[in-house]
Design a protein around this ligand. Sequence first.
Ligand code: SAM
Length: 385
Amino acid sequence: MALANVEKVVKDRYREGAQGQVVDLCCPVDYDPRYLEVIPKEVLERDYGCGNPSRYLNPGETVLDLGSGTGKICFIAAQVVGRQGRVIGIDMTSEMLAVANRAAPIVAERLGFANVEFRRGRIQDLALDWSLLEQELTAHPVIDAESLHAIEETARRLRSEQPLVADDSIDVVISNCVLNLVENQKKADLFGEIYRVLNNGGRAVISDIVSDEEIPLAMQKDPRLWSGCISGAFTEHGFIEAFELAGFHGMRVLEREREPWRTVDGIEFRSLTVEAFKGKEGPCWERNQAVVYKGPFKEVLDDDGHRMERGQRYAVCDKTYRLYSEEPYSNHFEFLDPRTEVPLEAAEPFDCSRTVLRHPKETKGEAYRETTEPTACCEPGDNCC
Ligand SMILES: C[S@@+](CC[C@H](N)C(=O)[O-])C[C@H]1O[C@@H](n2cnc3c(N)ncnc32)[C@H](O)[C@@H]1O
């Protein structure tokens, strides 16, 4: 058995962390000092992050920060996404949220706009709004089995009718040193929730502590090591695999600390920042498009099972073609459109379960027989070809 009551252990530790700086929870991170000027000192001091996902945001985006703590990353993100963007921080520890909520109007006044809000709930259950649930509990306290059943029904209704974070509503989910704190049995739910709230084409950029070896059970039972971002850590590979199992694609490591932050019993713990994308589902249509993997590797395997050799022309469906035309793939491929476009309305279904080459005649059309003169690449009088 791993540690019982992870949530209480974590909350107790971060309640303390909200009231004053707890040095052994801090991990040195370089932030752009420009963004720190508007943030109150009590927020800056009580920073327990291990990376800086806000570095990968763009103006205008809607951002959700999981385990926002006193709000530092949210206040930095607010400046990166700007007036047209929006930032929502989620945390379960009231004392952390109190510091963040005290700071929010001060930051808004200094910036000249307010685009950050904080909400209370568990990151592995982003549908349930704890503030609404508590209002219900105050009105209908649990005193017996029947009232317990009633509040469970209320929680179900709140999740579907007034979710804390709605389906498909977020452009980027970020998090800084929090996912490891969620109990292991709930980690798959957590990744499922990140997937649910992201819109199609959205992405997650997560910084977290990871281990280089599996963590032994004895360490998992240690409450100080768990709440100190050690015992609940994913392995480096397990972290990326968790995105894959939840349906994400295009995972890549954006940053990996070279030196470990801590070593416990020979196991190294360091910060990793990973990006992952939502949106590989959907119908596959044949529009005679092709892609060529440019290298440098001899072959690649994508998250849909397509294996492609460097330099070959592959037939792809319209969805894969569009997916590859964007980040994180576009630099790795050449894109070949057919001479005669196939309108989407006229396209036939494409079988995406196999990988096939695209003959150049399919791109040009069977009847194509043109002969051309060399294109004029030389100035008159040049002695070339
Ligand atoms: C290590 S601190 C990181 C805080 C913040 N991201 C930062 O960079 O300073 C972890 C935070 O996550 C919150 N937290 C931990 N587990 C959580 C969960 N399951 N749901 C919501 N918040 C959680 C804690 O209350 C705490 O504020």
